[in-house]
Design a protein around this ligand. Structure first.
Ligand code: ATP
Ligand code: MG
Length: 481
């Protein structure tokens, strides 16, 4: 797995480097070869010119052999040219079809010129330099002859210097120039390999960090974070993974908290039931109190049932598996009907009830059962905290395209410290007073239901007054038909 991307990236970079270096070396070598070729031929031609230069002190071929100094100087020069360039020199004196030649071996000979040779020699006699391949058939096709004029004082041409060299000796081979390029080529190659390695590493290092982080997450180390500063898409991916890990750890934390709260809420009624049932079986209670304690057990089982129902509701709302049965309904009517269900408790508290509804119906688009659950929870809370003889107000009013409903009570109010948390699961403010009265799930269910309806709930509270408000989209009569 480790080798995968690294090896592929490294190989790709390496191939690109190799191809580039090879291409550049070949191009450079070819250019260099062409340049060397040209300058080499110039150098060879220069040798012929130098011989002609020595000869310019004499005007006849025979004088070369007679003049000791010249003989010494020119013989040396010819030997040098032969050894250095693998070339032969002919010093030629020409006279209408007949040439007299002094060659590198210091032999003089007569030469009957062909028409082609005569033509070239005449051209030299007119002051030009020549370069002809295969001019002398007896020397072979592969011999290049370079000819320069032998000029005696005041520009009078008295002969020619011919230099014969094989094309092979003249050619600069690729292997002659390659050694010059080799160190630079190898240097660039080494640099390319090093850079390829670094680049491939820079690609795979972030990936390895991502893999390690994800592996840690899957082991449950949700506190781990991806540390990347490479920029670009991989860093963005790292940041997204970090966000995901944060969300997961929050979820995990809330799951743990939830399980702890549920266990706690289940334990108290169960302990209570267990204690009473045990006592009833053992006959600890006097006969006349048995009825009362059976009542307590029944209440506790009812509380357990409510708790379990609430939990089921909540889990269904949160998983979105509770499809809304949306319809047009009169919210005024729904609130009034819900209020009726609480009549016994209202009487018990001798509460004053104020209902504030307009004359016309308040049609909204909502799920009647769910909204009844919302209103029921809010009235239940209000009655729970309402002092004896306190006031409970309910009402609804059309505001633009929405209908706003509210439940108000003249209870003690909710402290500002508790206010932000009352919609959290299992949150109970003023635990001492309300313990045993609820589980702290009511408002979180209310919030989920309203969220599902695409709306929210607000609360205003001060000592002596708490009011919960929510709004629903108005359903116009015509449209709802
Ligand atoms: N009208 C109110 N006046 C004062 N405090 C309130 C009022 N409504 C809610 N609260 C506070 O908010 C907390 C959360 O309310 P919520 O309805 O979620 O739980 P609960 O009523 O305690 O339990 P449950 O509704 O599950 O039986 C309550 O415990 C209470 O402290
Ligand atoms: Mg409640």
């Amino acid at each position: 797995m480790r080798g995968g991307i690294f090896v592929r990236t490294f190989a790709a970079f390496l191939m690109a480097t190799l191809a580039t270096v090879a291409l550049f070396t070949v191009t450079l070598a070819a250019t260099l070869q062409a340049q060397r070729q040209e300058s080499y031929e110039d150098e060879v031609r220069q040798q012929a010119r130098e011989v002609a230069e020595y000869m310019s002190h004499l005007n006849q071929l025979q004088f070369v052999r007679e003049n000791t100094t010249m003989q010494f100087v020119i013989r040396r020069k010819l030997t040098h040219i032969h050894d250095r360039y693998n070339a032969d020199i002919w010093i030629v004196s020409y006279n209408s079809g007949q040439a007299q030649i002094l060659d590198s071996s210091w032999n003089t000979s007569e030469y009957a010129t062909s028409e082609a040779v005569a033509l070239q020699l005449q051209s030299i006699y007119q002051g030009s330099e020549i370069r002809v391949q295969g001019l002398f058939p007896e020397l072979g096709d592969e011999i290049v002859t370079i000819g320069v004029p032998w000029t005696y004082s005041e520009g009078h041409v008295v002969g020619a210097v011919l230099l014969h060299i094989s094309t092979e000796s003249l050619r600069v081979k690729l292997t002659d120039v390659l050694p010059a390029l080799l160190p630079a080529g190898l240097g660039v190659l080494a640099l390319g390999i090093a850079l390829s390695f670094i680049l491939a590493r820079s690609q795979t290092n972030p990936l390895n960090e991502l893999i390690a982080a994800v592996r840690d997450f899957s082991r449950g180390e949700l506190g781990r974070r991806v540390e990347l500063h490479c920029g670009g898409e991989l860093q963005a991916l790292g940041e997204e993974i970090n966000k995901m890990a944060f969300a997961l750890s929050t979820l995990e934390e809330s799951r743990r908290g939830f399980v702890a709260s549920v266990s706690h809420e289940l334990r108290s009624p169960l302990t209570c039931i267990q204690g009473y049932v045990q006592a009833l079986r053992d006959g600890t209670f006097p006969e006349e109190d048995r009825e009362k304690y059976m009542g307590v057990v029944l209440d506790e089982t009812a509380r357990l049932t409510n708790l379990v129902n609430d939990l089921l509701d909540l889990s269904r709302f949160e998983s979105g598996k509770f499809p809304l049965n949306l319809m047009r309904l009169d919210i005024n009517e729904l609130i009034r009907r819900t209020l009726l269900r609480f009549e016994p408790r209202i009487d018990e508290k001798r509460a004053n009830v104020e209902a504030d509804f307009p004359d016309e119906p308040g049609y909204v688009e909502a799920d009647p059962e769910r909204i009844q659950q919302v209103v029921g929870n809010l009235i239940d809370n209000a009655l729970k905290f309402l002092p004896d003889g306190g006031t409970l107000s309910v009402g609804a009013r059309r505001e633009g395209k929405r209908v706003v409903a509210w439940v108000r009570d003249s209870g003690p109010g909710i402290s500002t410290e508790d206010l932000p948390f009352i919609f959290d699961r299992f949150y109970k403010a003023d635990k001492a007073h309300t313990s045993g009265m609820g589980t702290g799930l009511g408002l979180s269910i209310v919030k989920r239901i309203l969220e599902q309806h695409g709306t929210d709930i607000s609360v205003d509270s001060k000592p002596g007054e708490t009011v919960f408000r929510f709004s629903l989209p108005a359903a116009d009569e015509k449209k709802a038909g």
